[in-house]
Design a protein around this ligand. Structure first.
Ligand SMILES: Cc1cc2nc3c(=O)[nH]c(=O)nc-3n(C[C@H](O)[C@H](O)[C@H](O)COP(=O)(O)OP(=O)(O)OC[C@H]3O[C@@H](n4cnc5c(N)ncnc54)[C@H](O)[C@@H]3O)c2cc1C
Length: 446
């Protein structure tokens, strides 16, 4: 049951509990709505003009809300935060999230790999539904209001400071202005504060890493951040020549210092700077780490993963015999996407005009080797601007996983990507944001 129980006593005592949520993304909206339903007087501060800007662009505008695979498998998709998230998922997981959105009139459906999307395929509707819900719950949403610092006293949170320039940060019901701050900023008192400011990726959506600074200023450790689920850059101009080409059902292997270290099967994309697409993004976490430690990183694409070397050899022999009178470049049309053909001829050093029955066995072998091992040297990765998520963040050792409360500052809570948690693509990151938001909202209002 995801809905908080509102008893008469909790209602009476919690009614006046003042809660401030910093950030109106997935985790902040969920936290604020739940806390308000629980009886807390709740304000969200959102630095952009509207909440949920990142949520609107998730899943290529379709919003992959969560994933319906088993919990154990679900957790395996997390790099950091696996153990930490168990408690949050035990309280509010994928089925709860799906039911929650049903109550907001957002029906969902699952697709390949258990990915859950709204049936309307419209992330905008998800944001609108969440916004309407928090308003109905009685949450005050202050947009264009960027929280500058936290206020603490004797190890307890007492409020936040918001600069006055934020034009829509109008007078709050319980704003307490000290003489000194009166000119430049406004102080808001609170019994509890939830930091839900996201990470550093796609900064245009408002996630510019403020939460790390806020947490560090009050004594929290920040695990060094790095872009994750990020496209990678490759040497040479081969990727550029293939720009826009997307390959399905290929197997990509990651080589570090010449040794195979991981592999993925699925879809990838060539870009003007290198490689992207789902399987590249999911390997990127390790690639970033290896590149940062100055290791030699290569990516090998197996263009024919369904055929082992022997079967591929037979297939090539058959193709070249059957089309013996055709040119090499024409025969390749049966084997490769059109855009790959000139690249294949250059890299295998095979003459595109050569007639099929003149292709030697050595040349066929060369082609076979290349089809199984189309290699790229990786020389970097894109910045936070292009990274789906940020790895690193507030250390989970300093957050109580049962409540999301800081172990350092009483009354301070964390939710979402600001915490050191990160997962693969597939709906895992949004579920983590919603689950930690739900738990933080619940605990902070209790
Ligand atoms: C292009 C893209 C596609 C994605 N698609 C998916 C997907 O389909 N499925 C999935 O599971 N995950 C997806 N993700 C990841 C997912 O969107 C994030 O993990 C998730 O949004 C994190 O939620 P959050 O609430 O922690 O942070 P955010 O959604 O980043 O929200 C943080 C909010 O805090 C506000 N803020 C920041 N600092 C302050 C401040 N000082 N004062 C006030 N407000 C502040 C920001 O403006 C922002 O609105 C995608 C990410 C990107 C970039």
């Amino acid at each position: 049951m995801f809905w908080p129980m509102v008893t008469l006593s909790s209602f009476i005592f919690n009614k006046m509990k003042k809660l401030l949520v910093i950030g109106g993304g997935a985790s902040g909206l969920m936290a604020a709505g739940i806390a308000a339903q629980n009886g807390a007087e709740t304000i969200i501060f959102e630095k952009k003009l509207r909440p949920g800007r990142k949520l609107r662009i998730t899943g290529k505008g379709r919003c992959n809300l969560t994933n319906i695979i088993e919990l154990k498998e679900f957790l395996d998709h997390f790099d950091s935060g696996k153990r930490f998230l168990r408690q949050a998922f035990a309280r509010f997981f994928a089925d709860d999230l799906i039911r929650f959105f049903e109550t907001l009139n957002i029906k969902t459906d699952s697709e390949r790999g258990g990915r859950v999307f709204p049936v309307d395929n419209d992330a905008g509707k998800v944001v609108d539904a969440l916004e309407n819900w928090v308003h109905r719950c009685g949450v005050t949403v202050r947009t264009n209001a960027s929280v500058e610092s936290l206020l603490t006293k004797d190890g307890c949170i007492t409020g936040v400071q918001v600069p006055r320039e934020s034009p829509t940060a109008v007078k709050a019901p319980y704003a307490n202005r000290s003489r000194k701050s009166r000119e430049n900023s406004r102080l808001y008192q609170a019994d509890a504060v939830i930091i839900a400011t996201g990470g550093l990726s796609y900064p245009a959506t408002g996630s510019t890493g403020d939460g790390y600074r806020l947490a560090r200023d009050v004594g929290h450790t920040i695990i060094p951040t790095r872009p994750s689920l990020v496209p990678v850059k490759t040497s040479g101009d081969t990727a550029q020549q293939l720009q826009g080409l997307s390959l399905r059902n290929v197997e990509v292997s990651l080589y570090v210092e010449g040794k195979k270290s991981d592999k993925r099967f699925g879809e990838m994309l060539f870009t003007h700077f290198g490689l992207s697409g789902p399987i590249i993004l999911s390997l990127s976490r390790q690639i970033v780490e290896e590149i940062q430690s100055k290791k030699k990183v290569e990516i090998s694409i197996d263009l024919k993963p369904a055929l082992d070397e022997q079967k591929l050899k037979q297939r090539l022999l058959r193709d070249f015999e059957q089309s013996g009178k055709q040119r090499f470049k024409t025969i390749l049309k049966e084997l490769l996407p059109r855009k790959l053909i000139p690249v294949c001829c250059v890299l295998t050093k095979l003459d595109p005009e050569k007639i099929g029955n003149q292709i030697t066995s050595d040349e066929r072998k060369r082609l076979g080797r290349w089809l199984k091992d189309f290699r790229f040297e990786v020389n970097g990765f894109r910045s936070y601007e292009d990274a789906i998520i940020t790895a690193g963040g507030v250390s989970t050792k300093e957050i109580n996983p049962r409540t999301m409360e800081s172990r350092i500052i009483k009354g301070l809570y964390f939710a979402g990507e600001v915490i050191d948690i990160d997962a693969d693509t597939g709906g895992y990151n949004l579920q983590a944001a919603f689950s930690t938001g739900w738990l933080a909202g619940q605990s902070a209002s209790e």
